[in-house]
Design a protein around this ligand. Structure first.
Ligand code: ZN
Length: 194
């Protein structure tokens, strides 16, 4: 079932989500929620969706970056972003660890701030420990765009939106970004002259 994605201004997006217990994770209800979130994410379409975005204040998010989403970008743009397809997976009660390293700035958007985008600095590498949909512990070391998605989704579970971290002078409509700016970014993603 397709779910409604709540928009900025809904208080649930500003709450710190609560961790899920193992019994809840393996419950039918939660498994159905995960299936509904995946359907909603694919229809949006988007590469990540956190439970607060569908009105639930629990530490659950899903990620999927499908190959076909990458068609509108050039090889150079994908390479600069370190963007490769990421298989669907579920993150529950994630803990983000940021090794010392650089940050990178690229434009990102959010399904809960629909129609807008801005440049956001993110750590280029992260490690995340989390539980999967069976409640089993997992750990992932991620870089590039995948690391950005993980940081964005985990921010949602802490009541943070990308607009809290953005370079505010780069905030713009998605349409203006596509029409005027997307192909003028330099190789680091920064706007020329910004
Ligand atoms: Zn978002």
């Amino acid at each position: 079932m397709k779910l409604e994605i709540v928009q900025a201004g809904d208080p649930v997006l500003r709450q710190v989500a609560r961790p899920l217990h193992r019994d809840e994770i393996i419950s039918k209800d939660l498994q159905q929620t995960i299936a509904d979130m995946l359907e909603t994410l694919r229809l949006a379409p988007g590469v990540g969706l956190a439970a607060p975005q569908i009105g639930l204040d629990v530490q659950l998010a899903i990620i999927e970056d499908r190959e076909q989403y990458q068609n509108s970008w050039t090889k150079e743009q994908l390479l600069a972003r370190g963007r490769v397809p990421i298989n669907f997976h579920v993150l529950i009660n994630p803990e983000l660890e940021v090794p010392a390293g650089e940050t990178v700035e690229f434009f990102e958007g959010c399904l809960s701030v629909a129609g807008y985008t801005a440049e956001v600095a993110r750590h280029s590498r992260v490690r995340v420990r989390y539980l999967d949909e069976r409640g089993d512990p997992q750990s992932v070391e991620a870089k590039g765009w995948y690391a950005r998605i993980l940081q964005h989704e985990i921010d949602h579970l802490n009541g943070t939106l990308y607009i809290d971290r953005m370079n505010s002078r780069t905030f713009m409509t998605l349409q203006n970004y596509i029409d005027r700016w997307r192909n003028k970014e330099n190789s680091t993603g920064c706007l020329s002259g910004s």
